[in-house]
Design a protein around this ligand. Structure first.
Ligand code: SF4
Length: 173
């Protein structure tokens, strides 16, 4: 377990230097990985992507490949079998990139405690740019979380008359 976690930490921490959690373009492109939960959080994200929440209009688009993504949305309690998938996904994403945990499971395991099969979420294991708690958080909660992270930069860009997106400077949670 220790070795696995060490590899995981090394991958996500990138030598301790956290990359800026903003994308090189606008809209901000999100990629979702479900690491093992009940699936509820994934369904809420699906509703956000396809339902009447106008995520696209708000500036957040979902993509089908991590190679095109700016931000990784993680749901589920991170089963150990999914950890290599999560690691490979993160490696495939271009930099700068950000990590957001959606739902209690992804944050700290939620109802799933750490055991031989489950990591128990990402909190205190890797650096997370944004935690969106809830079981599950609603699509509106997720949108609010995204705005809390990126909204300030958007407002600054709008007031400065920029139209090229948020990629030119950093945002922190
Ligand atoms: S946080 Fe709740 S809804 Fe989301 S995956 Fe875990 S148990 Fe399911």
């Amino acid at each position: 377990m220790g070795l696995i976690r060490a590899v995981f930490d090394a991958t996500f921490r990138q030598g301790g230097a956290r990359l800026k959690p903003v994308g090189p373009r606008w809209p901000l492109l999100l990629f979702h990985v479900d690491t093992g939960g009940c699936g509820g959080c994934g369904m809420e994200l699906q509703a956000l992507a396809t339902g009447p929440y106008d995520a696209q209009g708000a500036g957040f688009g979902f993509v089908q490949s991590p190679r095109a993504a700016d931000v990784l949305l993680v749901t589920g309690a991170v089963t150990r079998s999914m950890m290599p998938v999560l690691e490979a996904t993160w490696q495939a994403m271009p930099t700068p990139k950000g990590l957001i945990c959606v739902g209690n499971c992804a944050v700290d395991g939620g109802m799933f405690t750490e055991n031989y099969a489950v990591m128990g979420g990402l909190d205190r294991k890797v650096q997370i740019d944004l935690r969106i708690p809830g079981c599950p958080p609603s699509p509106h909660d997720v949108l609010e979380g995204l705005f809390s992270l990126f909204g300030k930069r958007l407002e600054e860009n709008a007031s400065a008359g920029q139209d090229e997106g948020v990629g030119s400077s950093s945002t922190s949670s």
